[in-house]
Design a protein around this ligand. Structure first.
Ligand code: PBG
Length: 331
């Protein structure tokens, strides 16, 4: 106890909680639309707006829908999107992932046309949405190979940069993926394209609804041979440190709510690096489902969750609530 404070009854913390204006004055964490990155699922076709059944309010969108989306995001003050693509065809290495006219490459151009430099266009660099086996790397005899996979991830990142991506974000959890992407970008003339590492990405059951949204479930086994064991805190710090050594400009912890301790530790251990947290699909679906049943107040619990993620130390939050939360904050 601090010596300037003699305790009760002189000390009464409730004094500063009596009115909203006082509470606002002493609030330590303020959420803003500028904190949000909005994840989006882009699909082939025309006029497609297909709602994900387990994620009410989130849609697979065709490229023609993106001009409208860009206008809405700009209006709401949301600075960035994270793009995921659903390819027309899947194959063992995911050819469309690095094709000039691939779905994400088309989406990047559409966003650039619609938003100019007003939105940071970030892209997820992974393989699971594009491969027929649904794993995040190349598969041989049931094993997920590391080094051939990072070579492909480098090609994907370059093709996103060529299309105009502002930031590439590798999420495959292959060792050395950040180094391989940095080298490939530099060699292709993109030394100024930043990398956001999905550095501490855990093998989580909370990705369930995303696999419906991105049509990316593994066709055999699971992702535990590359994503992290949820039990490991020290190893998360090692993963982040390695990403930074390999040239990552930003780091990420994913999922967010069950991993607030990891977010806090990353913030304290690496104070100079922007830290993102991914409030993942299952975190969204849980509250949506409970709200539908009338068991929880969605607005209140969503804003509380996002505030907690920021309080834990994240300066950027990837969230499916980005648009709703920006509206709620403006009320
Ligand atoms: C992999 C990737 C996943 C998510 C983001 N990038 C899924 C996975 O690793 O299985 C999950 C995001 C979410 O659940 O919202 N490309």
């Amino acid at each position: 106890m601090s010596s300037i404070n003699p305790g009760f009854p002189t000390a009464r913390p409730r004094r500063l909680r009596q009115t909203e204006v006082l509470r606002r004055l002493v609030r330590e964490t303020n959420l803003s639309p500028a904190d949000f990155i909005y994840p989006m699922f882009i699909t082939h076709g025309q006029n497609v707006r297909r709602e994900i059944s387990s994620m009410p309010g989130v849609h697979q969108l065709s490229v023609d829908q993106l001009a409208g989306e860009a206008a809405e995001l700009l209006e709401l003050g949301i600075p960035a999107v994270m793009l995921f693509g659903l390819p027309a065809h899947k194959d063992p290495i995911g050819e469309e992932n690095f094709a000039d006219d691939g779905i994400v490459q088309q989406a990047i151009r559409a966003f650039r046309d619609a938003a100019g430099s007003g939105l940071a266009i970030m892209t997820d660099v992974c393989m699971c949405e594009y491969t027929d086996h649904g794993h995040c790397g190349i598969v041989e005899n049931g094993q997920i190979l590391n080094d051939p996979s990072i070579e492909i991830l480098g090609r994907v990142a370059v093709s996103h940069a060529v299309a105009g991506a502002d930031v590439v974000a590798p999420s495959a959890m292959m060792d050395g993926q950040v180094a391989a992407i940095r080298q490939a970008l530099d060699a292709a003339g993109f030394a100024n394209t930043p990398i956001m590492g999905y550095s501490a990405k855990f093998a989580s059951g909370f990705y369930g609804p995303f696999r419906e949204a991105a049509d990316s479930p593994p066709q055999f086994g699971d992702r535990s041979s590359y994503q992290m064991d949820p039990a490991n805190r020290r190893e998360a710090m090692l993963e982040i440190e390695l990403d930074l050594q390999e040239g990552a400009d930003m780091m990420m912890v994913k999922p967010a709510l069950p991993y607030l301790d990891i977010i806090r530790e990353a913030r304290d251990r690496f104070p100079d690096v922007p830290l993102a947290a991914y409030n993942v699909s299952g975190e969204y679906s849980m509250l949506k489902a409970a709200a539908r049943l009338g068991w929880l107040d969605e607005k209140r619990t969503a804003l509380e969750s996002l505030t907690a993620i920021k309080r834990a130390g994240a300066s950027l939050i990837l969230t499916y609530w980005a648009k709703d939360a920006a509206r709620w904050l403006a009320e």
